[in-house]
Design a protein around this ligand. Structure first.
Ligand code: UN1
Length: 502
């Protein structure tokens, strides 16, 4: 049988596509079929250092390019993505597993963010404000930091890199991009798009490899200014500890244990649609996924029965098949991790209502499929109600009041998203005041945040930064405060108090 030559991908350093310096490679797999999609570099710290040096060298010129000119390249990159949307969406499905309509949404989110940040090229607003002294001008302007490192996960292989790369570039930083080792082909494709759009050499560099083999210099090298990371809280903490030791700015976007609260007055049909989409969309592999359903006792039984029935009806398979509702999880390791959590839930005494199995029927055995899983009788302190599982598993917790729902909602270490379904406007407003998360939805599920609003969470979900929105620029810029004194004499602030006219 003729075997097609497996596609080869490379790192991108200083405007050239290159192999890892010591020539090692690894494979990227399709999680639905187990098929090898391509061979990619398995970089080491040496490759990371080369990328950092290239970025540092490119920075002085790039920061002097007027921001509207930098933005033109972003506009062109977005246009290329629009043109290639279908092909890119299919590639997302093939390399990461989510179903095609979600693969296309990943591309769309990257397009939206790139256009949005390109628009910032003609804004990047600073502040002007009166000085307390006469004949003196005061303003604060944004300056790029230098080399920005983007370390990104596999669950949004185009959107999340774009959330970091686009604001970093428009603000005048140069970038070293280290994508998740599960989605390197998409990363290389994204970089190729920025190259085609006209980015000068060294402005965006790509280093493909495993975090533990490449990561160290990316977070400790003296020429790195800011590290922007999305991923697990465990890795984020490690990155933060290392990088802050070197006094680098670090933005962290980490775990979630998001809840949908369903009150007794809720539209249950609407709530069910939101729960199914938020718990099982992307096979539960979103940091915004709804992994807890906090339901009022009066409707708990009906909601539980209908949710289980809906979950069991979901069709699993290759996401390229339009009749499929849910794709695989990303790799064998995640599959085992999810399964272990389910076993923990059973041991803790939660009631496994459906799912709870690795799916091995027919063709599905070649991929990494997990059955949509619903737990009932979950107590808020159980591990399955406290820890991020990152798979198609959700836990139903019954409560007796809004106050209790909010207490349960807030009683976790994370604070990314909460939804509440209620028809009572007073309850909705009380909930949105008391819910301790970065994002709150009323009568909508927990997933689907839009790029022009800030994205991020409280507590152990992050470290105070927000991605997306104009707020993302705060990650990638330094404020420079400027005073211009045109009085022609020494004016001492706080001492030479300006006299009032007599
Ligand atoms: C993530 O899961 O890390 O709100 C990001 C959403 C998407 C982004 C999720 N727009 O679900």
């Amino acid at each position: 049988m003729a075997v097609a030559a497996t596609a080869q991908y490379k790192n991108y350093i200083n405007g050239r596509w290159v192999d890892a310096l010591d020539g090692r490679t690894m494979e990227s797999l399709n999680p639905a079929t187990g098929e090898v999609l391509g061979i990619v570099p398995r970089s080491t710290a040496r490759d990371a250092v080369a990328a950092i040096e290239a970025a540092a060298q490119a920075f002085p010129k790039w920061r002097r390019v007027p921001a509207p000119r930098r933005a033109e390249i972003l506009f062109r990159a977005a246009e290329i993505m629009v043109r290639r949307k279908e092909e890119l969406g299919r590639l997302v499905t093939m390399e990461m597993g989510k179903v095609l309509k979600e693969g296309l949404a990943d591309v769309q989110e990257a397009i939206d963010e790139t256009y949005y940040m390109a628009g910032e090229g003609r804004r990047l607003f600073g502040q002007t404000t009166p000085s307390e002294l006469p004949d003196k001008f005061a303003m604060a302007i944004r300056e790029p930091i230098g080399v920005a490192v983007a370390i990104t996960p596999w669950n949004f292989p185009l959107a999340i890199p774009t959330w970091k790369i686009a604001p970093a570039l428009v603000a005048g930083n140069t970038v070293v991009f280290k994508p998740a080792s599960d989605t390197p082909i998409l990363a290389a494709t994204l970089v190729q798009i920025f190259e085609e759009a006209g980015l000068p050499p060294g402005v965006l560099n790509l280093v493909i490899g495993n975090g533990d083999e490449v990561g160290e210099p990316l977070v400790t090298h003296p020429q790195v200014g800011v590290v922007a990371f999305t991923g697990s809280t465990a890795v984020g903490r490690e990155i933060a500890l290392k990088a802050t030791q070197h006094l680098k700015r670090v933005s962290l976007e980490m775990g979630g244990k998001n809840a949908i609260i369903v009150m007794d007055d809720a539209d249950l049909n609407l709530a069910l649609d939101g729960i199914v989409w938020s718990a099982f969309g992307t096979s539960g592999q979103r940091c915004t996924a709804a992994s807890r359903i906090i339901v009022h006792r009066a409707v708990a039984r009906e909601l539980t029965e209908r949710l289980v029935e809906r979950a069991q009806r979901l069709r699993l398979g290759n996401g390229l098949d339009p009749t499929v509702d849910m794709g695989p999880v990303v790799n064998a390791r995640q599959l085992q991790r999810i399964h272990q959590y389910v076993q923990i839930g059973v041991q803790e005494g939660a009631k496994l209502l459906c799912g709870g199995t690795i799916v091995r029927e027919g063709d599905l055995a070649r991929g990494f499929f997990y059955a949509p899983t619903v737990f009932g009788d979950v107590r808020p302190e159980m591990r399955i109600a406290q820890e991020e599982i990152f798979g198609p598993v959700t836990a139903i917790i019954t409560v007796d009041s809004l106050e209790e729902a909010i207490a349960v909602n807030n009683g976790v270490q994370y604070g990314l998203v909460t939804s509440i379904y209620t028809r009572d406007i007073n309850r909705a407003f009380r909930a949105l005041r008391e819910i301790d998360t970065g994002i709150v939805y009323v009568n909508a599920g927990t997933i689907g945040a839009e790029v022009h609003l800030p994205f991020g969470g409280t507590k152990n979900t992050g470290n105070g930064h927000r991605e997306a929105g104009v707020q993302a620029l705060d990650i990638f810029t330094e404020w420079k405060t400027v005073f211009i004194d045109y009085s022609g004499r020494l004016q001492r602030a706080m001492i030479d108090i300006a006299p009032l006219p007599s």
